[in-house]
Design a binder for this molecule. Structure first.
Ligand SMILES: [Fe+2]
Length: 182
């Protein structure tokens, strides 16, 4: 690409550190019906690591019950396997630390790797890394887990993830963080 074909970047128009009011024709509608964004800090008080089997934990970040969307960080603590599962929705993942792969594919996710999963996929997540893996995930729709013989075990969806988070908080005296619910 030559410099003459590169689109000149004109935004952002300012470097001033100030809050700027902008025109909004439907400000009153947004005020009445809009859903505010959310923020979850990094402390365990804001969202603890909740055990997920003997060698893994989940740090819940968001529950959207309207769209059956749930976001979290999955931590496999050392080399190990997360059971075979089938997706009924879409998943976006980024590898944050360590490494992981699926037995069914030939790639290995390392920090910064991007993973996109679609309805109908069936696969088995493993980490061969002694330090395991941390995966940020944005998941939509149910996930079905199967045993070693291909027998259906359980469906996990937004309700399952809320229950997983809240039951741990109740048992350990951690306050339920309303910021996780949109
Ligand atoms: Fe998956």
């Amino acid at each position: 690409m030559t410099t003459s074909t590169i689109t000149k970047m004109t935004a952002p128009p300012s470097t001033a550190y100030k809050i700027v009011g902008v025109p909004e024709a439907y400000a009153d509608v947004i005020k009445r019906h809009g859903i505010p964004g959310t923020f979850v800090g990094s402390s365990e008080q804001e969202s603890p690591w909740v055990p997920f089997g003997p060698n893994a934990a989940i740090r819940h970040l968001l529950f959207d019950t309207r769209h059956n969307i749930f976001s979290n960080i999955l931590w496999i603590k050392s080399a190990g396997v997360i059971g075979t599962h089938k997706h009924r929705g879409t998943v976006v993942m980024i590898c944050l630390e360590g490494s992981a792969r699926y037995l069914e594919y030939d790639w290995i996710a390392a920090p910064g790797s991007f993973i996109y999963e679609t309805p109908g996929l069936v696969h088995t997540l493993v980490s061969d890394n002694p330090s395991g893996v941390k995966l940020f995930g944005w998941l939509q729709g149910p996930v079905e887990f199967y045993d070693d013989n291909g027998n259906f075990v359980e469906t996990v969806d937004v309700w399952w993830f809320i229950h997983h988070y809240e039951s741990y908080c109740r048992e350990h005296g951690v306050p339920i963080n309303k910021q996780l619910y949109i």
